[in-house]
Design a protein around this ligand. Structure first.
Ligand code: IPM
Ligand code: MG
Length: 356
């Protein structure tokens, strides 16, 4: 088998530290499977702005176009946060998602039982939680036009964002949700705000239509506000969630509370082909960047998803996931989980457990 090409986009803040650990885990896993990979590195986000003036420079597009998969750390930080900034790091990430055509963002949430004490929730609420949130990623409020500001006569100003979806955009992501639910516990919760938003009414209508083609999968609709509450009160009642871009952004940070730390959750962004973009769901954590204390597990589990979805290497994915579970069961903890292990020590502890 030829060597896989995995573009590394470490980005800003803790990005480089956590991506480094995830790359090493992938290398170990692939080597055990008799496979090799190249890891060309490219710029995205704030550092890309500093060095090239663009948050997603042409060389990065070239690197990702030539890759089988992309592993990204995080983008952004206070340095680039001025409200009147001409270009922001986050624009690089959004443009990258669009460029790669990765319209479905899979965010699995399955708390590790050992970490029950790391969450503010009662342990009985966490029993049986195993959900997959599918966030639509290249439409909705993040990308709708028009957007921007216009000065008003008399000196005021008007700011606009637009929530827009086409039937095609809704159909493909909802269909994926049904397909994946059919391989799981057979339940889709489609989350919307159909009591207020027209785009949500279209979403609900199409989800109902698509559901008829999956008689073995149960479909329920829920409004996003009450779904936010249910995620905390009855999280084990969800199997597959599918929702609009921004609802998914918000609900998955909330769902991270179930896992015990934002630092644990991985994601896979997929489109029509096998190439995907893999990144932890958390941000660049500028407050702890450069200290070597960030939790690398969200990125390491993203690397596992990369192996599974883009490299057809399910055994590698499972080896990484099992090693993470064992490291946590053995008491390995970074600071976010109340421990003292460094990023590098946690990475090494996981790789040690991949060797068995
Ligand atoms: C995420 C992040 C991004 C998003 C930001 C950094 C633009 O919050 O991946 O969840 O909102 O999509
Ligand atoms: Mg987010």
């Amino acid at each position: 088998m030829t060597a896989a090409t995995i573009a590394l986009l470490p980005g800003d803040g803790i990005g480089p530290e956590i991506v480094d650990e995830a790359r090493k885990c992938l290398e170990v896993g692939l080597a055990r499977a008799g496979r090799t990979a190249r890891f060309p590195e490219a710029l995205v986000g704030g550092r890309a702005i500093d060095l090239t003036g663009s948050a997603l420079p042409p060389a990065t597009l070239e690197a990702v176009d030539g890759a089988d998969a992309v592993l990204l750390g995080a983008v952004g930080g206070p340095k680039w946060d001025a409200p009147d900034a001409k270009v922001r790091p986050e624009q690089g990430l959004l443009a990258l998602r669009r460029h790669l055509g990765v319209w479905a963002n899979l965010r699995p949430v399955k708390p590790f039982p050992e970490l029950a004490d790391a969450t503010p929730l009662k342990p009985e609420r966490l029993a049986g939680v195993d959900l997959l949130c599918i966030r639509e990623l290249t439409g909705g409020l993040y990308f709708g036009e028009p957007k921007g500001r216009t000065p008003l006569d008399g000196g005021g100003v008007r700011a606009v964002d637009t929530l827009v979806y086409t039937d095609v955009e809704i159909r493909r992501v909802v269909t994926l949700a049904f397909r994946l639910a059919a391989q799981r516990r057979g339940k889709v919760t489609s989350i919307d705000k159909a009591n207020v938003l027209e785009s949500s009414r279209l979403w609900r209508q199409l989800a109902t239509e698509i559901g008829r083609g999956f008689p073995d999968v149960a479909l329920e609709h829920q409004l996003v506000d009450s779904a936010a509450m249910r995620l905390i009160t009855h999280p084990s009642s969800f199997d597959v969630i599918v929702t609009e871009n921004m609802f998914g952004d918000i609900l998955t940070d909330e769902a991270a509370v179930l896992a015990g730390s934002l630092g644990l959750l991985p994601s896979a962004s997929l489109g029509d082909g096998p190439r995907g973009l893999y990144e932890p769901i958390h941000g660049s954590a500028p407050d702890i960047a450069g200290q070597g204390i960030a939790n690398p597990i969200g990125t390491i589990l993203s690397a596992a998803m990369l192996a599974r979805h883009s490299l057809d290497a399910d055994a590698v994915a499972r080896r990484i996931e099992d090693a993470v579970a064992r490291a946590l069961a053995d008491g390995c903890r970074t600071a976010d989980l109340g421990g003292r292990m460094s990023t590098a020590a946690m990475g090494a502890a996981i790789r040690e457990r991949m060797e068995g």
